[in-house]
Design a protein around this ligand. Structure first.
Ligand code: SF4
Ligand code: SF4
Ligand code: SF4
Length: 390
């Protein structure tokens, strides 16, 4: 099972100002940021699955495992245990949103098997933090809790051991077959060498490029499947009578925002937002925000030059059940006298900033040309005077 990155979904490909390091923070041993984009060795597989669950925009995926498919097959099955020995390659492929959705959509409590993970390891810490966050959010609107009860896990482990043994037998048989075919002739030996060279090459970091395909894809707004799953799961929950406000710092996957007076309506944040959580209208006279579309990728904050967009200190759980689009800023817009395009009017001439710059440049060039002409004239007159004196 191999790790994949779709650079077009990574916010670092969208803007060089992005400071997102969530994937590298989750898998520091396998993923690092090289020349703006995440990078990992071609051979990197499921050991780096924590980046799959960490990426806010789902830029990472695994070759033979879809979390979305797992969500539906898990709900259809009778098993309420999630284990790397049973049904997932690693618990860390599950994001906080997946955990909340699984717990919410399941009638019975779900249990997560943490026994395969080394105590004190970074991976276990990442997984435990996600479960803790999911339980914190769940506690605000339901009495469901994700268990990590070892006793329950051990019962199911017996079942999984049976399938694991079976799989091991099959894989032993497979490798035996492989070994004999690959070593039966000189050709086999050559293939072996080729495979070895490939493996070595695979261990070198693979760099991703931002080509035209990536650029075209970036332009499309994309809401990750995990958010659609969360929407679907929350529909099964009875709307609470009272809503809570959760601390912003305790929620990693969604946010609420406000914009202060320093905003210049430069349009960058809502043009760049990968999910469409920030948007405007045809005249660009408002900035709207839909919290449930926000994946907290931080890109809008990273690109805002005057630092005018901020996280609200609390997240209102009302958004989970009655999501509303809020207007964070409004602007007076007028048509430019020069180009007839709308621009944010802050008083004075009816000229948009682009035309104002062009006008300034034209004036500068004109006065430069005039000055050069005057200097040339003066030089000619001086020469004429000199010639007359001679
Ligand atoms: S958007 Fe995803 S892939 Fe890109 S840096 Fe952030 S976590 Fe990594
Ligand atoms: S909030 Fe910042 S990035 Fe967004 S329009 Fe205003 S100034 Fe530009
Ligand atoms: S609103 Fe900002 S943090 Fe939320 S998804 Fe859009 S760019 Fe990312």
């Amino acid at each position: 099972m191999k790790l994949h990155l779709d650079p077009a979904l990574c916010v670092r490909a969208t803007s060089k100002l992005s400071i997102c390091t969530k994937c590298a923070d989750a898998c520091p041993e396998s993923v690092e940021i090289v020349e703006q984009l995440p990078s990992f060795a071609k051979s990197t597989g499921v050991e780096a699955a924590a980046c799959v669950g960490a990426c806010p925009t789902s830029a990472f995926s695994l070759s033979d495992f879809s979390v979305t498919e797992f969500f539906f097959t898990f709900l259809e099955s009778k098993v309420r245990l999630i284990s790397s020995k049973l049904n997932v390659p690693c618990i860390s492929v599950l994001s906080v949103e997946h955990l909340i959705s699984l717990a919410t959509a399941s009638h019975e409590a779900i249990t997560i098997d943490l026994t395969p993970y080394e105590t004190g390891s970074h991976l276990l810490e990442v997984i435990e933090l996600r479960i803790e966050e999911a339980n914190y959010v769940l506690s605000s609107f339901s009495d469901k809790v994700i268990e990590t009860n070892l006793e329950k896990a051990l019962v199911k482990e017996t079942l999984s051991d049976v399938s694991a043994e079976k799989a091991e037998e099959e894989s032993k048989e497979g490798s035996r077959r492989d070994f004999f075919t690959k070593n039966a002739s000189l050709e086999g030996v050559a293939k072996h060498k080729y495979a070895f060279d490939q493996a070595v090459e695979a261990d070198e970091l693979h760099n991703f490029d931002i080509d035209q395909n990536v650029i075209d894809k970036i332009k499309n707004k994309h809401l990750p499947d995990k958010r659609k799953i969360l929407f679907t799961a929350l529909k099964r929950v009875e709307t609470p009578e009272n809503f809570e406000v959760l601390a912003e710092s305790d929620i990693s996957f969604v946010s609420q925002k406000y914009i202060d007076d320093n905003c210049t309506n430069c349009q960058i944040c809502y043009r760049i937002c990968p999910t469409g959580a920030l948007s405007s209208n045809g005249k660009f006279s408002v900035i709207n925000f839909d919290a449930m579309l926000c994946v907290k990728c931080h890109l809008c904050h990273d690109v805002c030059e005057p630092d005018a967009i901020h996280l609200q200190p609390g997240f209102e759980t009302k958004e989970f059940f009655d999501s509303t689009q809020r207007t964070l800023a409004t602007f007076e817009v007028k048509r430019c006298n020069e180009c007839a395009n709308y621009f944010t009017y802050t008083g004075g001439e009816l000229t948009c900033p682009r035309c104002a710059v062009e006008e300034e440049e034209a004036l500068f060039l004109h006065s430069n040309a005039k000055q050069m002409e005057a200097e040339k004239k003066a030089a000619l007159e001086a020469q004429k005077k000199e010639d007359e004196e001679l």
